[in-house]
Design a protein around this ligand. Sequence first.
Ligand code: NA7
Length: 531
Amino acid sequence: MLQFDTIIIGAGISGLYQLHKLRDELNLKTLAIEEGSDIGGTWYWNRYPGARCDSESYTYGYTFSEKIYKNWTWKEKYPKQNTILKYLKFVEKKLNLRKDILFNNKIISGKYLEKKDLWEIKTNKNKIFLCKYLICAAGSLSATNIPNIKGLKTFKGKYYHTGRWPKKKVNLKDQIVAQIGTGSSGIQVAPEIAKIVKKLVIFQRTPNFSIPARNKKLTKEFISNFKKDYEKIKKRLRKTPGGHTFSFPKRSVFDFTLKERNKIYEKAWRKGSLSFRACFGDITKSLKANKTASKFIKDKILNTVNDKKIAKILTNFDHPFTSKRPTLNTNYYETFNRKNVELIDLKTNPIIKITKKGIKTKNDNYNFDKIIFATGYDALTGPLLSLNLVGKKKTKLKNFWNKSPKTYLGLMIPNFPNLFVIQGPGSPSVLTNVPVQIEQHVEWITNCINFLNIKSKKSIEATLGSAKKWSNEIKKLADASLFMKAKISWYKGDNIPGKPKVFIPYPGGLPRYRNICNKVEKNQYKEFLIK
Ligand code: NA7
């Protein structure tokens, strides 16, 4: 049985950086284990047509190395999936990481051996490894959710999930296709496939607020400027709550007349970016202020979509803008002006079952060649629970988290010593520009392991008390936010039947989170049990 100092689960953005830090800086014997046949994580699996990043390219990626930052050239405002994959391969090559990654192996169980202070993990290829530190870098959105709709197994055509899109080209040409789900992925995939298919029927449960991406080629001047401004950008990304270059101004919606306000919204709409929500400081905080942004977006959709009935379904919002993950789009609303695209409102015409030939709803019966599930993920907790982890005193993670996920700082779990989590529940994770948060996590974990090794410690574990405090802090912040106003939101587990209904990520913003983590580190991890 092979033994390592550290094993990392996953070779996406977080796994790759963590491997570099532990292997090359701490000189630890480290292995990354990856389910896919190549690196990339999210960007390996999400190969669906139209898959693109919603963060601006020059802010998305690693900033730990000036050389890497400056040697890679982003050419578009929003990079597409394949470009990000190429970027990650470029980084991987520079750091020579591939030789320490085991591909095509999925972790199916992990057990903490208390007497030895080691983790024993097993893969689906029956490989067993031992390690002192186990690091879960399996991502926040990797456990895909295909809803349990009656009859799916009887469907004679093929079906796909956007987050597990096949490597082999999916033939959609002249096909009759169903798309279930209108979140970030659904909004990206629909305009692309509508151009190819014979007919596309989109099944919408909840309408989404979506801002135009206005993707474009970057000019030579822009590229040269962001490379020149590396230090400035790196600093800026660490100062804003979401890890983007934009932050929230002090100005309130109500400091302006309706005309002035709409001028500001219009300018941001024309620019296109997630920064639309930062037009005013109170959009994400006050329901009254939020209503003005929601109305602006609603009017834009109503003006874009020709068919009034469809426009009404697309704007029948049941939640404030930004209370669910804001999305960007390229011609999503325009897609509904095509003759080959239909929209079904699941609120009034729900799916009864999937049949051999297609989908039966309350009012209709449809035949389909293919069904695309853009139905999201068992977010944040799903990837960890799928590992079947058993900690101290035979504690199963599934049981320990049956009422709610319990972590301290989102980084460690009571009863699960020497297990670190990157982008897990209790971390700012999905509420941020992800690579910025990942770098913070990886650096904190590396420093912590270094500290333990220098002090010749056997184990570190979060206490129940600190996990309780952390859950309370998350609840307090979430309750004071607009996030809790969304009826169905994967931020609070509503999308998965039986999942605890609690707000999962840390909503206090990156700088506040970073400060807390820095203090814990400076205090030599006093809040933890160290043996
Ligand atoms: P999301 O944002 O979770 O979107 C999933 C969509 O699927 C959303 O419209 C859901 O409606 C819909 N959904 C989920 N379950 C069902 C069922 N049972 N029936 C009908 N419709 C359903 O996932 P995405 O992949 O789009 O985006 C995830 C993240 O990836 C995104 O935030 C980016 O970070 C990248 P709902 O709104 O729940 O009513």
